[in-house]
Design a protein around this ligand. Structure first.
Ligand code: CA
Length: 389
């Protein structure tokens, strides 16, 4: 079997409302799908992390840089292909956009391998440790409104997300440490005794500001404090983890086994959040997972993007061994964005209907059983949202 074509599909639409996190506001949803075709008619789908113009630039890397390296290769040789591409790009980017681009191609190759074997990805990896995972709903995005308006909205939205059936919810912060502590208190109140809440700072704090918010979160019983400081600030992560009892999580902006080796050896994370569509695809995710487990660091995948990314993550969550195991082991969760996303809800020929499953099944989501990543995008839908660039 030979690879005959590698295509990026960039999908985009204007959101019904502007949304924000600690770094910026945005009003457009983008998805970057990768399609790998073969001479035997089997086609694989993958996805690259990266919004807006980053996706458009990554398309150039996928189609102009990676495609010529792998045309004619056997798509079943995905590990050989991964190392060939990585080694050829090493001098030009061991992190960031080259790795995001390789990720989408690698996921598509695993999808092909699953289709050739007639097995879902979790079987190909080694089997399902669980047939369903609990989902947590994130929302509570920043808007151009007052702190008071944020407080009232966050309290109501936290309660509403639990009302949808999610067992836990995640909020954004980024208005400044004092205002953020008020937002967290509002969410704690909205959640009450009904569930857990988590706080995502998207690396907006200095270490001392992160300590201020983190101490407030200890009092409120938050489950985790995500990306409190910049991903480069390994010392800050280590100090926060040593000094706070709330779980410190992060890693969505880290890449490949070498980047992950550094943050894990530094002992700065209670919970690791690898992003399979950015760190190097499924091949590299499995190596990062092994590294996390070698450090006894539990993993809750970072999930962002279209239904292709969600399905890929469901497969990986099924195939993740319990750490450390036992009668009532620590369990991972599926991250689910409750804000408007047509690329997650309408892309597939057979939708995953995550929110319907959560509502019907006590917050649980089942693992797709079809071959490969287990889902098929609808080509008419892709055509209707695809950018001509
Ligand atoms: Ca995050």
């Amino acid at each position: 079997m030979k690879i005959t074509k590698v295509t990026s599909h960039i999908l985009q639409y204007d959101l019904p409302e502007e949304l924000g996190y600690s770094q910026q506001y945005y009003a457009r949803r983008t998805a970057h799908l990768v399609e790998v075709e073969t001479d035997e008619g089997v086609t694989g789908w993958g996805e690259c992390f990266g919004p807006g113009n980053v996706a458009i630039a990554n398309r150039g890397i996928v189609e102009q840089v990676i495609q010529p390296m792998i045309l004619g290769d056997d798509p079943m040789d995905r590990d050989v292909i991964w190392h060939k591409v990585y080694n050829l790009l090493r001098d030009h980017g061991q992190k960031g956009m080259p790795m995001q681009s390789l990720s989408g191609v690698d996921i598509a190759l695993w999808d092909i391998a699953g289709k050739v074997a007639g097995l879902p990805l979790h079987k190909l990896i080694g089997g399902a440790h669980r047939n369903a995972v609990p989902a947590y709903g994130y929302g509570m995005m920043l808007k151009r409104e007052s702190v008071e308006d944020h407080v009232a909205r966050f309290r109501d939205e936290a309660a509403a997300i639990l009302g949808m059936g999610f067992k836990a919810t995640k909020m954004k912060v980024g208005l400044g440490p004092k205002a953020d502590a008020r937002l967290c208190a509002a969410v704690a109140e909205g959640v009450g005794e009904a569930g857990q809440f988590m706080v995502d700072a998207n690396h907006c704090y200095t270490t001392s500001d992160a300590f201020y918010v983190g101490r407030a979160l200890e009092e409120m019983g938050a489950y985790w404090f995500e990306e409190p400081v910049a991903p480069e600030d390994l010392d800050g992560y280590r100090e926060l983890r040593a000094g706070l009892s709330v779980n410190i999580s992060g890693g969505e902006a880290e890449f490949n086994r070498w980047g992950w080796r550094s943050i894990l050896e530094n002992r700065g994370l209670d919970i690791a959040q690898p992003e399979v569509c950015a760190l190097g695809g499924i091949s590299e995710y499995l190596r990062v997972l092994a590294l996390c487990h070698a450090h006894f660091t539990p993993v809750i995948n970072h999930v962002w993007g279209s239904a292709v990314a969600v399905a890929t993550n469901l497969q990986l969550l099924a195939a993740m061994p319990a750490l450390p195991g036992g009668l009532t082991p620590w369990e991972p969760m599926l991250e689910f964005d409750t804000t408007h996303n047509a690329f997650r809800d309408e892309l597939l020929t057979e939708p995953l209907d995550i929110q319907g499953q959560v509502a019907r099944n006590g917050g649980m989501v089942s693992i797709p059983q079809g071959p490969g990543i287990g889902v098929e995008p609808d080509r008419d839908f892709i055509r209707s949202y695809e950018l001509d660039c």
